[in-house]
Design a protein around this ligand. Structure first.
Ligand code: EPU
Length: 419
């Protein structure tokens, strides 16, 4: 296992190229199971989660090759198996995304039920109820969800109590080949869902309501090959914007989509950062002091829960009080204890954290607990006085393409060492 070491306090200067979105690529790769053919997926990031989903697809009969660094050709002519094992699902919950396409294509799927994880219980009851509405029978045996349908899936109306990202994606993938019309009410509106819809429509699916909370899917008999580019990773983009805010400097992010971060822009501008949006670039400059802001995580277009930990690290560097409400996941404050080791003054009360900014952090040995918590420790380490050592960095490898390389190229003193 590797650790990351950061010598903090060096302002960042230069350009960072943003990679394709992890959470865009995962459902899109799963959707290649829907029909035979060779599907081309472009702008795929190099991440551990991507390797995991490809490994899962291989166990189902799929073959794939990398035609260049970021382009995959996935051949799903032979999908013979329909089980996602506990071994794979426990390393990556997004493995449940094969349920929808397998049900649609083979009429059956067996997927290990994900357990709780570092950020909360994260049940998949919405997905399961949705499949039942489409005519599938579901049973829970020995920790596995067994889903079957006699004949083909049929359209139905599904309402989510709260918008679920992978829930919406899973139902969409099942509904595109169902008989009749499916309506998803209170659907999630994250840009990654738009990316999946663009792929499915390109394959011949009939979907109305893109980017709204009401999606209507008119089932089609057949789908064709996909050719789709993954959208830029808005969470990677946000993480680097926050990093520049934390340590200072002048950085231009390229290959990104500035329109995908409305809530973060608002908060960072209020915090005192200068942000210039281009068509697919964002220039961020921090010269003066940081101002404290409050925030609440919400489904898109609200403030992303996946940026809450990084923003909390930034708030420890102000000289004021910041109240952060985590409304999506019940246990997403694991970074607090680690930030405290770096001198942060943070009080947690249920889903609320009160950050008393002290204007500085000091380097320490800290431990990564989940992907975004690790990113917040990197942000903190870049700004801290002295040396920060982050252990268990395999969490970061799940979701940040070449983080050390990208930050080193803009002047950070950051490197990996074997633990
Ligand atoms: N929920 C249920 N039942 C369900 C599904 C969700 O109660 O069946 C609840 C969840 O517990 C949560 C809320 O609904 O309180 C929203 O969760 P959602 O289903 O949207 O989360 P997800 O689809 O499991 C995706 C991302 C997460 C991101 C969340 C929220 C992927 C592969 N994962 O998870 O990404 O935090 O949406 O935006 O798209 C990450 O990248 O670090 C990450 C955790």
């Amino acid at each position: 296992m590797d650790k990351i070491i950061i010598e903090g306090g060096r302002p960042l200067q230069g350009e960072i190229k943003i990679s394709g979105a992890k959470n865009g690529a995962l459902p899109i790769i799963a959707a290649t199971l829907l029909c035979p053919g060779t599907h081309t997926i472009r702008n795929v990031p190099e991440l551990r989660d991507i390797r995991t989903i490809l490994q899962l697809l291989e166990t189902l009969g799929v073959t794939w090759q990398r035609v260049d660094t970021n382009t995959l050709e996935i051949n799903s002519d032979n999908v013979t198996e329909f089980e996602a094992s506990y071994e794979l699902v426990k390393t990556m919950r997004a493995s449940v995304l094969v349920l929808g396409p397998l049900l649609a294509r083979l009429g059956q799927a067996r997927v290990s039920l994900p357990g709780g994880c570092a950020i909360g219980a994260r049940p998949i009851d919405f997905h399961m109820r949705g499949f039942e509405k489409l005519g599938a029978q579901l049973e829970l045996t020995q920790g596995y969800v067994d889903a079957k349908v006699s004949g083909s899936l049929r359209g139905g109306t599904i309402y989510f109590d709260v918008p679920s990202v992978t829930g919406t994606e899973n139902i969409l993938m099942a509904a595109v080949l169902a008989e009749g019309t499916t309506v998803i009410k209170n659907a999630a509106k994250e840009p990654e869902i738009g990316n999946l819809i663009d792929m499915l429509v390109g394959m011949g699916a009939d979907i109305e309501g893109r980017s709204t909370d009401r999606l209507t899917v008119h089932g089609v008999k057949k789908l064709g090959q996909a050719d789709i580019a993954i959208i830029p990773d808005r969470i990677e983009t946000g993480t680097y914007l926050i990093a520049v805010g934390a340590v200072g400097g002048d950085v231009t992010l390229t290959h990104c989509n500035p329109s995908h971060l409305p809530a973060l822009f608002e908060k960072l501008r209020y915090s005192g950062l200068h942000l210039e949006k281009g068509k697919d670039t964002i220039r961020v400059i921090r010269s003066g002091n940081l101002k404290n802001v409050d925030l609440k995580t919400m489904p898109y277009p609200g403030f992303a829960t996946d940026l809450q930990a990084q923003m909390m690290a930034l708030m420890t560097l102000t000289n004021g009080l910041s109240v952060i409400h985590e409304n999506i996941f019940e246990n997403r404050f694991m970074h607090v204890a680690e930030l405290r080791r770096m001198g942060a003054d943070i009080m947690v009360d249920g889903g609320k954290a009160i950050v008393k900014g002290a204007g500085k952090l000091t380097g320490a040995q800290v431990m990564a607990t989940d992907l975004r918590a690790s990113a917040s420790l990197v942000v903190a380490g870049l700004a801290a006085q002295g040396v920060t050592e982050i252990s268990r960095v395999y969490h970061l490898d799940r979701g940040y393409d070449d983080l050390v390389g990208k930050l080193s190229a803009v002047g950070a003193k950051i490197w990996r060492e074997a633990e």
